[in-house]
Design a binder for this molecule. Structure first.
Ligand code: ITT
Length: 187
């Protein structure tokens, strides 16, 4: 399949492309700013985005990706507001907000939205549990990767090789579900 990745985030493009290509799919970025509604879940953001893109007649099949980091002790914050928090106070600011918090448990969640040429829409979810550390570590990845250690690892997402992150990440897991669906449909 030739899939359009509708995102402004280069880090997502690299990860999604590297997962899709070994399965024989071609991916190209469509740098369209899809309006993001104020919503309490990633799923609602994705539903709105898919409907908007469909109404715009954007070339499909296409994939959109909404993701965020959910900190347990902050009742899931920044969650759906992860982009806003990243752009304003940055991961360093989040670490500051978490000073004195002992329970560092957090999870990343990714919801992928797929719009097919027949107009049908599908969602795929992936999650990854781990902990927020106390400092910035590593140069790889993007976003909050340098402050997050996935369960079972002693390295942050930013210290893992791209293929190691994809193997266990929220996005990698959501993509596995999408690929299973696509292959079942013979697409
Ligand atoms: P698009 O909506 O254009 O796809 P975006 O960067 O606005 O790009 P999101 O709203 O999904 O994407 O991102 C929420 C924030 O979470 C943003 O700051 C990302 O950098 C960050 N983020 C998303 N996936 C991540 C990942 O795998 N690792 C670290 N940070 C991530």
């Amino acid at each position: 399949m030739n899939i359009n990745l509708v995102t402004s985030n280069q880090g997502k493009v690299e990860e999604l492309t590297s997962i899709l290509e070994p399965f024989g799919h071609n991916a190209s970025q469509l740098d369209i700013s899809c309006p993001e509604i104020q919503a309490s879940t990633l799923e609602e953001v994705v539903d709105f985005g898919l409907e908007w893109l469909h109404n715009q007649g954007t070339k499909s099949p296409l994939v959109i990706d909404d993701a965020g980091v959910f900190v347990d002790e902050l009742k899931g914050f920044p969650g759906v507001y992860s982009r806003y928090v990243y752009d304003t106070i940055s991961p360093k600011g989040l670490l500051k907000q978490m000073e004195g918090i002992e329970n560092r448990a957090a999870s990343f969640k990714c919801v992928l939205g797929l719009l097919l040429e027949d107009g049908s829409t599908h969602k795929f979810v992936g999650e990854c549990n781990g902990n927020i550390i106390h400092e910035i570590r590593g140069d790889g990845g993007f976003g909050y990767d340098p402050i997050f250690i996935p369960d079972g690892s002693d390295r942050t997402f930013a210290e893992l090789l791209p293929e190691e992150k994809n193997e266990i990440s929220h996005r990698g897991r959501a993509m596995k579900n999408l690929l299973a669906f696509v292959s079942e449909k013979g697409l």
